[in-house]
Design a protein around this ligand. Structure first.
Ligand SMILES: NC(=O)c1ccc[n+]([C@@H]2O[C@H](COP(=O)([O-])OP(=O)(O)OC[C@H]3O[C@@H](n4cnc5c(N)ncnc54)[C@H](O)[C@@H]3O)[C@@H](O)[C@H]2O)c1
Ligand SMILES: [Zn+2]
Length: 367
């Protein structure tokens, strides 16, 4: 596991990318020390601050001195992750006379980071971007890897680009104000990392779950740093969505389908992934590829996180239909990530409809 938890020295993870390596710096209170960090990555030009109204109210104070201009504040919500709102960011950038030497500082969750990031990726064909993620999901997932983009009426994340940041500054203190349900949604992604790549991470979650929920800095630092390390490793080995990057889709085949059939209204993304991980573990264990003890340990941890939204009114048929439209189907074959044990997984392309049906029945869905 990484570093002395909650010490003043940040955990640093360097993420190589085709645009050059960038540091992910993790430490409690680090969002108060951005001037120094920007200096370290040689960003000396103008900073343009982009946030949303909710996050700015809680945490704007920490970064407002970086710029003399007013921040660009976007409305809060996934429904505002649109090209129209990107247009508002462009207007703010033009008003601030941002040039190629300027840096966009994105303070917010995944929605804000993706939207502001897409504006930074495209304004003047791309200007530097710094992520200061404020949700657990953004800290362990969306701020790392360089994907930015927005939704279209025809689908989620249909419009996007790769724009690796110049710096990611992760401050676990920012999570103190995060609503419990949002925090929990991010935790399912950290369970995912544990299952696909790190038994120690899984064990920390298991052993310190209530301390993590209380946002106790020491275990929280370990969970965030270990998760970021895994995401960084996977996206480094494979900057585009093939091969090993696919393992990050563990729990997402069924998860995305659950979100889609409930029109993205019932589940937080992480909650749907919670169900998806249970389904994948069921398939893995039924094939004899995953030890039953590990399947049970995963089920126990997911139960310990609290109840998930109900699925009894959904049918396996609906879910299978939605899986059929998923972009994880390549050349007609569905790639499915199956755990082999807590800490290792494999990508297979021979999961049958019947196996998925049985797994969904075990979750309580109708046939
Ligand atoms: N780019 C990627 O690689 C990638 C990966 C995963 C997810 N995503 C995207 O991330 C988005 C979801 O992000 P999310 O889960 O962070 O949701 P979100 O950005 O909508 O944030 C959730 C809610 O928490 C509020 N909030 C954020 N930080 C807060 C804080 N510190 N205190 C109090 N409230 C706070 C937000 O205003 C919002 O209301 C989706 O659009 C998804 O597509 C992108
Ligand atoms: Zn996810």
């Amino acid at each position: 596991m990484t570093g002395p938890a909650a010490s003043a020295t940040p955990v640093r993870i360097d993420v190589p990318s085709r645009a050059g390596a960038y540091p992910v710096m993790i430490a409690p209170g680090i969002s108060n020390r951005l001037p120094r960090l920007l200096e370290d990555v040689r960003r000396r030009g103008k900073c343009v601050l982009v946030s949303n109204v909710t996050v700015w109210r809680f945490h704007g104070e920490r970064i407002r001195d970086l710029s003399a201009d007013e921040p660009i504040l976007l409305p809060d919500g996934e429904r505002f992750k649109t090209l129209q709102i990107v247009g508002r960011v462009y207007e703010g950038l033009i008003r601030a006379r941002a040039d190629r030497g300027s840096t966009v500082i994105a303070l917010g969750g995944g929605v804000l980071g993706d939207t502001a990031g897409f504006a930074a990726a495209t304004y003047l064909r791309g200007i530097p971007l710094v992520h200061v993620p404020t949700t657990l999901l953004a800290q362990v997932d969306s701020a790392i890897g360089g994907k930015v983009g927005v939704n279209h009426a025809a689908g989620k994340n249909l419009i996007g680009s790769f724009h690796p940041p110049a710096l990611v500054a992760i401050d676990p203190e920012l999570l103190a104000t995060l609503p419990r349900r949002e925090f929990r949604a991010g935790l399912y992604e950290t369970i995912k990392y544990g299952v696909i790549a790190s038994r120690p991470l899984f064990d920390v979650l298991n052993e310190s779950l209530s301390a993590v929920f209380a946002r106790d800095p020491a275990p929280l630092m370990r969970v965030i740093a270990e998760s970021c390390g895994i995401k960084a490793r996977v996206v480094t080995e494979d900057e585009h969505e093939t091969g090993i990057r696919r393992t990050l889709n563990f729990g997402h085949t069924v998860g995305h389908a659950l979100e889609a059939v409930t029109k993205y209204r019932r589940f937080r993304h992480g909650e749907a992934v919670g169900y998806g991980m249970l389904a994948a573990a069921h398939i893995g264990a039924s094939r004899g590829a995953m030890p039953p003890d590990d399947q049970e340990a995963l089920a126990r941890l997911i139960r310990a996180m609290g109840p998930l939204p109900a699925v009894g009114d959904l049918s396996a048929g609906q879910i299978l239909d939605a899986i059929g439209h998923d972009k994880k189907i390549v050349n007609g074959r569905l790639h499915f990530v199956l755990p082999k044990a807590i800490g290792t997984c494999e990508v297979v392309d021979d999961v049958t409809t019947e196996e998925i049906e049985r797994a969904l029945a075990a979750l309580g869905l109708a046939r």
